[in-house]
Write a protein that binds this ligand. Structure first.
Ligand code: FE2
Length: 158
């Protein structure tokens, strides 16, 4: 087995935790939206976060890494969502602005990783590609803008 650096293991754990936080975040946003279509889309985002976390969970187990408790991570995510009270187009635009930076983070994580970890990490990265594709389609008013999210949930690929 290739040696995994402390920095890699710390980042892997942090990103896993952030996906669980993201699950709580999108769930909280979904719950306070009035439009069923919007609620459904944020619920899909929550499920995509759950799936992204699940894709790297075996790596945490392999290295004996213990993430923070899932319930408190979800609660953190919910707390972060409390400040997000903008209208739907504003929410989408804010995510469109902030999400591409995560692509750089995931690319850096892959670059640090032992090669045997890459299949799981690529599944993590793919969730961000799917999310960004959804946001772009949603902002353009496309029909079935959430298709990339469903595709990711079904396949683990973007
Ligand atoms: Fe995520």
């Amino acid at each position: 087995m290739t040696t995994a650096s402390p920095d890699y293991l710390k980042t892997l754990t942090l990103y896993y935790e952030e996906e669980i936080e993201g699950e709580g975040y999108f769930r909280a946003i979904a719950e306070r939206l009035d439009t069923p279509d919007h609620r459904e889309k944020m619920d899909l985002m929550a499920r995509v976060e759950t799936r992204a976390a699940a894709s790297v969970r075996p790596l945490l187990e392999k290295y004996g890494l213990t993430p923070r408790c899932a319930d408190s991570l979800r609660a953190n995510g919910r707390a972060q969502a409390a400040g997000k009270t903008g209208a739907w187009p504003v929410l989408i635009a804010e995510m469109q602005e902030s999400f591409p930076a995560y692509m750089d983070d995931f690319a850096r994580l892959e670059a640090m990783a032992p090669p045997e970890d890459l299949p799981a990490l690529k599944e993590l990265t793919a969730h961000e590609v799917a999310a960004i594709a959804f946001l772009d389609r949603e902002s353009e008013g496309m029909d079935d803008s959430a298709a990339p999210l469903r595709h990711y949930l079904a396949t683990g690929t973007a």
